[in-house]
Design a binder for this molecule. Sequence first.
Ligand code: GCO
Ligand code: MG
Length: 448
Amino acid sequence: MDRRSLLRGLGMAALAGTATVAGFERRSRAADADGSVVDARGSGSLRITKVRPILTAPQSRVRLVVVKVETSEPGLYGLGCATFNQRPLAVKTAVEEYLDPFCRGRNPDHIEDLWQSVYTSSYWRNGPVLNNALSGLDQALWDIKGKRAGMPVYQLLGGKSRFAVDCYAHASGRENAQVVESVQRLMSEGYRHIRIQLGGYGSPHLTRDGDFKKAGFGLPGDSVMEPGPYLRAVPKMFAAVREKCGDAIELLHDVHERVTPIQAVRLCKDLEPYRPFFVEDPFSPEDNGWFKVLRPQTSVPLAMGELFNNPHEWTGLITERLIDFIRVHLSQIGGLTPARKLAALAEAFHVRSAWHGPLDVSPVGHAANAHLDLAIWNFGIQEAVAFNDAMREVFPGAPTMKDGYMHVNEAPGWGVDLNEDLAKKFPLPEHPGYWEPVRRNDGTNVKP
Ligand code: GCO
Ligand code: MG
């Protein structure tokens, strides 16, 4: 049956139907002819020609890994964040030895299919390193898709749900007075949400002198953390900031899984009077089961998940309404493709997003966070990052901050490029990136 008789058979007005179909065909052919966009029936001739990692450290010795996907169309490439600061060379190997040969010759248009194909190609899956590499590929494919469509990625996700991305900044200090000062400075810069910490995670009392060292246990670089001083100090810090900075400012805190689960339960209850916006990572991912103990005891909003890799880690927490903010690190779960599905799952249970946005995410990764933040309805808050000049030069188009809001630009794709010549001027530090242990006074290892 030819198309005309098919349309007649469907009872459609032949003229209007033909005009619509013909109009579609005209657009398709025009696009075919320019050699970049292909028709709705599927694949054109565009192919992936190379997938390669670019490693650079323009800021604070943080080891960034960005994946560049090159295509058969001259000048058309995409960038994706694959950063894993503690194991950058393992990600580099995964990209060079496995992703590149696997992806060459495949069609970059088929993002979902490529994601699933790479994901299952290792049989064992859902771990860091391979997920980071997969994220680099995935985000690069979305970048390419945006460039082919002539649109920023947030448009491909449905367009804006908000004009910009509301962010929280980090305040910290050794003493409460310094934390207060730091909060006041950030408030004057326009931030409405501020995370407060007494120095490093688990401080005060994160020192280099522990009983174990005197006894010759461990190494000189190991640090010492006892939970008691931390647990007593944090509520006092909240009290001091509330007293000096008022009720309107939203305060956040990252426990960073440094105490035992029952101590974290106590801490959340102690913080309740100060109305935190959220308390983050009260437990390790290994202790996910403790959310069922914590939830009935406090109305403090809970944020969890920057360490998650496997959907099993978040699905139950969301569907059983045990957390309020999902905080995954996009490149640890495999990129934008799984993150937008996760966002949709979370929306059904009124869990909001708070994607992980520390310095060890490249500007491409921060752009991916922000594009998703702009598009989804259940956006919660975004962790802000302050790029130095070197980072902005290596990554032209990186997101910008104004009055506590993050903005992306309107260029197609992520809107972020990578100056490779400049990136080479910031090689990775010699130290491979692993963390030295944090220990209790007796030498017991503390997570993380
Ligand atoms: C955060 C974090 C980070 C992580 C870091 C690990 O909430 O921003 O917990 O600071 O510790 O990204 O490499
Ligand atoms: Mg954290």
